[in-house]
Ligand binder design. Structure first.
Ligand code: M6R
Length: 620
């Protein structure tokens, strides 16, 4: 969470920083601010609320200068307010800082700095970083170092970050050192964009698009010094070294709204194409299997794998649950799904023949990254299923599979989920064909997969019907989402979507579990959304549905086309095309995404920027 930008060069910094913050707003939108230095004077503009509020402030009170840093905040320490907004100033205004991460030992450091006379204005952990850097700087000056030398500034930042416990992506400016920006990373991503006579800093490559394609990703414990004429990288352990310059692919198209009212709706409607992209070049019809370029494990190595752990958070964890069912059914490999936030601290017994997959849209989720590193440390082959190329998880994994879903901007994950499920289906097929799956079975799966983009197109036709259903149910305060087998994760995902963008309480359950407790919630004001397309336990799901109806619970059902029975039982039925059971999560998740979107709209919620959330959760 939180997005950082920086600029040093010859152009007006404020415009570049502001545009960069707009592109990083998905990382947090509690407040935004910039600091620009011109002729030895720091100008700060910051404001609680969206980047648009900052833009208004800058219109009234513009700033000049070609050196600056900026920040968009997801509050961790201190509520969203003007005063808690970044940038934060240290000492007597000689240092200014933006920060992404959490300085866990901030209260000890703060007490110490207060005893030295430093005055704190905000309740953030970041102000500690600003004052500590300023303090180290003034100590160096007392010892005779030059206050206008960049070496003094570098030493001050190094001395300060040595004292931090926690995570940081930092951008630091010194009032009296022109043409000079320092950034440092531990745990929070930073990327440098290299231009001609100008350099850019950002939390991800988004803000660099249109400025440069040459980038350098910072690693943990690296510090970079940027001037308009060049960059210098220092690693804590290995000292100065040459940058590993990478060339970004042309900015992915489609990052605008393309006529849709919201990113979430646009991304829901992109799914026929994104599912196709997830399969492109990966279906091997001759061998009746899937193929991947980047697993970096030979078929022999993969045959020796006797257990798989899938890990992730939120929606990615739900995709992992579908993956567990798929891999166990197709490849007969015991598979478990672990919350990354648990796995990182749990130390379960995993043998060296256990393969770990980190599932993540952003590739920056702090818990998923930590779980992946922990598994790598223990020697397990650790791969990523990831959307963002160049993200930390994508770079650190031993190998992996990209989703190729294009940028997902809406905070509620939609197309990434269906792409993750598609990739997991391909993976299960591939692992199955390395083991016992027959050639005809592989062929059947391929032909079912090839039909999916059209099935998704057809499913999206339910949008108008969903709008009517949303009108009838938008005032209810509690929902149950119920499904079995492959549709149990879909129930969890449907409930998560409703919660996060409409703020309605919703629970997902395996439909049969409902009678072990949640059924006590059922009454005329608690609708149940049944995910009930035809499958081998369809009659059992019908019994569960009757149990809800017997207690006067309203029922919205997802059913296969032509299912007349459900028409009589449920209050509302949304029909989806018939697909094989293992592909039902792909079609069934779509009406649920649309339902949460339409309900959230009717309740006046900010669909793309729901309260308290951020797209990329880079803190614990
Ligand atoms: O980027 P990741 O896939 O690692 O993100 C994991 C979760 O934070 C994410 O899926 C979250 O649950 C979504 N907002 C759900 O829509």
């Amino acid at each position: 969470m939180c997005g950082i930008v920086g600029y040093v060069g010859f152009r007006p910094a404020a415009e570049i920083l502001l545009e960069g913050l707009r592109r990083l707003e998905y990382r947090g939108y509690d407040s935004a601010g910039i600091a620009v230095i011109d002729a030895g004077e720091i100008s700060i503009r910051k404001k609680a609320g969206r980047v648009q509020e900052l833009a208004r402030l800058l219109e009234k009170h513009p700033v000049n200068g070609s050196l600056g840093i900026g920040h968009t905040r997801w509050a961790t320490h201190g509520q969203p307010s003007d005063i808690n907004s970044h940038p934060h100033v240290g000492g007597n205004g000689e240092v200014v800082v933006v920060h992404n991460g959490v300085i866990e030992n901030y209260s000890i450091l703060k007490s110490h700095l207060q005893t030295l006379g430093y005055v704190f204005r905000s309740s953030t952990d970041t102000e500690v970083a600003a004052h500590l850097i300023a303090h180290e700087f003034s100590e160096l000056i007392k010892m005779g170092e030059d206050p206008e030398s960049s070496n003094t500034a570098i030493q001050a930042v190094e001395a300060a970050i040595k004292q931090f416990k926690g995570t940081y992506g930092l951008g630091v400016l010194f009032r009296d050192i022109p043409d000079f920006l320092i950034a440092a990373r531990l745990g929070s991503p930073l990327v440098i964009g290299m231009g001609q006579g100008e350099y850019f800093l950002a939390s991800d490559a988004g803000p660099l698009a249109g400025h440069t394609q040459e980038v350098v990703y910072l690693s943990d414990h690296e510090l970079v010094v940027l001037t308009s004429q060049g960059m210098q990288l220092h690693h804590r352990d290995t000292g100065k070294h040459a940058p590993d310059v990478q060339v970004l692919a042309q900015a992915e198209s489609g990052s605008g709204l393309n006529g849709f009212e919201h990113y979430m709706l646009k991304e829901i409607f992109e799914q026929p194409e994104t599912i196709e992209n997830a399969m492109r070049g990966r279906l091997d019809e001759d061998e009746a299997t899937a193929k991947f370029g980047g697993l970096n494990l030979t078929p022999q190595q993969l045959r020796r794998i006797d257990r798989i752990v899938l890990t992730g958070c939120g929606t990615s964890w739900h995709a992992g649950l579908v993956g567990e069912y798929l891999i166990e059914e197709f490849a007969r490999i015991p598979t478990e799904v672990e919350y990354a936030s648990e796995l990182r601290y749990r130390n379960p017994p995993l043998s060296t023949s256990t393969m770990v997959f980190a599932i993540t849209q952003s590739g920056e989720t702090a818990d998923t990254l930590a779980a992946m590193r922990e598994c790598k440390r223990k020697g397990h082959p650790t791969l990523a299923i990831c959307n963002v190329v160049g993200s930390t998880i994508a770079r650190e994994a031993d190998g992996g599979i990209f989703l190729h879903a294009g940028p997902e901007v809406g905070v509620a994950s939609t197309k990434a989920f269906t792409s993750q499920v598609t990739v997991l289906t391909l993976l299960a097929l591939y692992l199955g064909r390395l083991r016992n799956m027959s050639y005809p079975a592989g062929q059947r799966i391929i032909s079912h997969l090839q039909a999916m983009p059209d099935a998704i197109r057809k499913t999206l036709e339910c949008h108008d019907q969903i709008k009517d259903i949303a009108q009838r149910y938008c005032d209810y305060d509690n929902f149950l989402y119920l499904g079995r087998l492959y549709n149990f994760p879909v129930a969890l995902e449907g409930a998560l979507k409703l919660k996060e963008i409409s703020y309605i309480h919703a629970e997902g359950y395996p439909a049969a579990e409902m009678k072990h407790g949640p059924i006590a919630l059922v009454d005329e004001r608690t609708p149940s959304v049944f995910i009930a397309p035809r499958g081998h336990i369809y009659p059992k799901v019908m019994s569960n549905l009757e149990e809800i109806k017997a207690r006067k619970g309203p029922v919205i059902a997802l059913a296969c086309e032509g299912d007349a029975k459900l028409d009589q039982l449920a209050d509302d039925v949304v029909y989806v095309p018939f697909v094989e059971e293992y592909l039902q999560p792909l079609v069934c998740s779509i009406p649920l995404q649309l339902l949460s979107y339409e309900i959230a709209l009717l309740r006046g919620c900010n669909v793309d920027r729901p309260r308290n959330l951020a797209k990329s959760v880079t803190v614990e």
